[in-house]
Design a protein around this ligand. Structure first.
Ligand code: 5GP
Ligand code: MG
Ligand code: MG
Length: 180
């Protein structure tokens, strides 16, 4: 698996530092609130597990599964809900947890939906941001790290459902995409 990686972009150590830093900031900003963390599966999984343990507050966690990629390395643009939330978000301070923001199609669609459902506030925390990939104007409130416009895998991020278990974020060797 590690052999398929051309370059490590965000190391295990850096991810740890990002979680500590964002956790402190979120602990401060949501001090007197009762936030609901909403993770977008499957990519959010390792980040939500590590980040949530750095937030020193009592809060609930919920999950939703959306897709805009249908395999491969390019976003298809239309966002589908594959699994919806199991709780009401009416009146809640929602904090969406994402692995990465690229075109922002996914997050903008979800934010509109959550506002329509009556959330008191909707903000997002993302491990990675690719600002050069935007097709819609959007700036996440909490960003772990900005990265260049490259397709990355690891720490939740997949290529055809593989590599999510890499402990770091890296770029695949080009021959991996060209194999099929
Ligand atoms: P967006 O809607 O902002 O274009 O992308 C949202 C979703 O596409 C992310 O949550 C992630 O699941 C997927 N995605 C975007 N960029 C990458 C990438 O570089 N690598 C992988 N594996 N997934 C990505
Ligand atoms: Mg995602
Ligand atoms: Mg994916």
């Amino acid at each position: 698996m590690h052999n398929d990686i051309a370059q490590i972009l965000v190391s295990e150590q850096e991810i740890k530092e990002i979680c500590v830093k964002l956790g402190k900031q979120l602990t401060k900003d949501y001090q007197n609130k009762n936030p609901l963390l909403v993770g977008l599966l499957k990519g959010c999984m390792p980040f939500m597990a590590d980040l949530s343990r750095q937030i020193d507050l009592k809060f609930e966690m919920a999950y939703m599964s959306v897709s805009s990629y249908h395999g491969g390395i390019a976003s298809s643009g239309d966002v589908k809900i594959k699994m919806d939330l199991d709780i009401s978000i009416k009146g809640r301070d929602v904090l969406i947890v994402e692995d990465i923001v690229d075109t922002a199609n996914t997050i903008v669609t979800i934010i509109e939906l959550f506002k329509h459902r009556g959330a008191a506030s909707v903000k997002m925390v993302t491990l990675l941001d690719k600002p050069d990939g935007r097709l819609r104007e959007y700036q996440p409130e909490y960003v772990g790290r900005e990265i260049p416009k490259a397709f990355v895998v690891g720490y939740g991020l997949d290529y055809n459902e593989l590599y999510r278990n890499l402990p770091y974020v890296g770029v695949l060797k080009p021959e991996i995409y060209n194999q099929k």
